[in-house]
Design a protein around this ligand. Structure first.
Ligand SMILES: NCc1[nH]cc(CCC(=O)O)c1CC(=O)O
Length: 321
């Protein structure tokens, strides 16, 4: 393939973080193939997830909200690639779209943002923590049952402002997003992954394409990170078994060292009062099996109602809150 033939359109959301990520993929593609600027174009697409600001996404239909309109543009041939935060992606895609590459992963940890405290333990008795994440809410409540949580959505800058102005006592944000936006100095603390395990995919940037698009595959080969792909295979398999719908607090994290993959997954009750975790270690070739197996172990141990919150069992359930 002559490099002069490469022309790629990258679909992305329009938030500052999404644009940073898409520009990063574009810069890496241009450098890897020595392409002229005009060879890779960004196409900004507004998604349902960007329009819904008043509810937790778990109450509005889950993770597909950030990918639906972008997937449609890809299936219509309007874009060739799309760049997403792996954390925001559903476990299943429409036929004809797949994750075909990941960039090397950033720091997976969560940061505490607060004008009042430099650790969760430091927060005043009865403090209010803002977050829209079920995982962060449950993990905070597990460590600090006296703390109450309130829904906080919006982009990273909005959330920083609310926590720093004292409107809420604290919030939690992925340090990866803060670093990408040049805002890592706003973290009051970075939380240990033992106490505060990350979301599946946190810190990873995923690239989707049509799996039969050979031009896209060849273009991505030199920028794709296999280590991240292996870790994400374990994490996403874990999530697939437990809950694709994003209505249960779940954490999952895989790392690779010395040729071995090590995975830890956790399922929590929404109020943090109970948690179940499983660990696996083994060959990278078995990454997905390890995630699946860890999830099955947790399913066997956890009470059934932890995975089936009442509202999703009710007819028309889930949307009334
Ligand atoms: N849900 C929004 C979202 N999606 C990805 C990131 C951070 C970057 C990443 O995890 O790669 C964030 C913000 C946050 O949770 O702090």
């Amino acid at each position: 393939m002559a490099n002069g033939d490469i022309r790629l359109r990258i679909g992305t959301r329009g938030s500052p973080l999404a644009l940073w990520q898409a520009r990063e993929v574009r810069a890496r593609l241009l450098a890897a193939h020595r392409l002229p600027e005009e060879a890779v174009e960004l196409v900004v697409i507004k998604t349902s997830g960007d329009m819904i600001q008043d509810r937790a996404l778990s109450q509005a239909g889950g993770k597909g909200l950030f990918t639906k309109e972008i997937d449609a543009a890809m299936l219509a041939g309007e874009i060739d690639l799309a760049v997403h935060s792996a954390k925001d992606m559903p476990t299943a895609f429409p036929l004809g779209i797949d994750i075909v590459a990941y960039l090397p992963r950033e720091d997976v940890r969560d940061a505490l943002i607060s004008a009042k405290a430099t650790s969760l333990a430091d927060l005043p008795e009865g403090a209010v923590v803002g977050t829209a994440s079920l995982r962060r809410r449950a993990l905070v409540k597990r460590l600090r049952p006296d703390v109450s949580t309130t829904l906080l959505r919006g982009n990273v800058e909005t959330r920083l402002r609310k926590a720093e102005s004292g409107e809420i006592h604290a919030t939690l944000l992925a340090i990866a997003g803060l670093k990408r936006l040049g805002l890592a100095n706003r973290a009051a603390a970075i939380l240990d992954i033992h106490d505060f395990p990350p979301a599946v995919g946190q810190g990873a940037i995923a690239i989707t394409a049509r799996p039969d698009d050979e031009t896209a595959a060849r273009a991505l080969a030199p920028i794709a990170c296999e280590t991240t792909a292996t870790a994400l295979a374990a994490e996403r398999a874990f999530l697939t078994v437990l809950d694709g719908s994003c209505r249960t607090p779940i954490a999952g994290h895989a790392t690779l060292a010395n040729g071995e993959i090590s995975f830890r997954g956790m399922l929590l009750r929404e109020d943090g009062s109970e948690f179940y975790e499983a660990h696996r270690a083994g060959s990278p070739a078995d990454a997905a099996l390890m995630g699946t197996d860890a999830a099955r172990e947790i399913l066997a141990r956890a009470p059934k109602d932890i995975l089936a919150p009442k509202e999703i069992l009710e007819p028309n359930g889930g949307s009334a809150h």
